[in-house]
Design a protein. Structure first.
Length: 75
């Protein structure tokens, strides 16, 4: 069973954000990966990278473009 979850370091110990569905004394393998704190600068940089990617490779639905009347068809 593989489970991914988040935890907080408190006093040098990991405190999971949710209860673990494991019996006491169960040995586990941990991979620690810090969660990056998002600042306004990193959020803006991520948004700019996304916009640049969409300019390079736009997303096209490729389907029929419905008229307003077709979208709001009344019965």
């Amino acid at each position: 069973m593989t489970t991914q979850m988040t935890a907080t370091v408190v006093g040098g110990m990991l405190k999971p954000d949710q209860a673990l569905a494991l019996a006491d004394q169960t040995r586990v393998r941990l991979t620690i990966e810090p969660i990056e704190d998002w600042t306004p600068e990193t959020a803006i940089a991520a948004w700019e990278a996304l916009k640049a990617r969409l300019r390079e490779r736009p997303i096209h639905g490729g389907g029929k473009r419905f008229t307003r009347d077709e979208l709001h068809e009344r019965r």
